[in-house]
Design a protein around this ligand. Sequence first.
Ligand code: DX5
Ligand code: ZN
Length: 229
Amino acid sequence: MGFFSGLGDRVVGGPSILAADFAYLADDVQKAKDGGAAFVHFDAMDNHFVPNLSVGPVVAASLVPSTDLPVDAHLMVSNPDNLIPMFLDAGVVSISVHPEVVTHLHRTLEMIRAGGAEAGVALNPTTPPESIEWALPYLDYILVLSVNPGFGGQTFIPESTEKIRRLKEMTDLPIAVDGGITVETAPLVVEAGARALVAGSAVFKGDPVVEMRRIVEAGQAALDRTPGS
Ligand code: DX5
Ligand code: ZN
């Protein structure tokens, strides 16, 4: 069973590597793990789909063996099909793509699954949940972008909670949220139905051991308060 399909009804957190110190990436990931991180969120950007450039499969191939956390790849790139085989070889356990730029989404999702990874879609803030209705059978998780992809440290877009609620009406797939997640916003997205919290700047702005734990605990406390959410 994969990481997302095996989640169950609990809140998990993962650091976005974008806000880490890339000279000490494995160390920063280990600190987040010591703070209770259940996975690592690997942000790949191409300066085409998003106006920023980050790291790709070569760095993923170095990071995967350096941690025992599962590594989830978020491909903010225009041509993910070109990179998916390399990310699979790197050993990531899940890959999300942006349907806004994928022409043949079914084929792309099947390619991810055929490579043994879980397949996800990452939805930009204004991408309607309904646009992925016919992709649901081919998905293992949904990543809701609660900021515009491309940069860390942006402000959480409040309509994201309503989108998560709409998705929960459509599907039982696990929902992850990415962008502006803090101890303040984690409870909001968990109450709406999200269970996997990605956080970058809020984790690495201070001691990742402390900050990762605070975010996951804030989310889990919200779940404990709102049964059936
Ligand atoms: C946004 C990325 C995020 C980003 C989150 O383009 O997909 O993963 O690193 O950063 P924070 O948590 O700082 O909003
Ligand atoms: Zn991301």
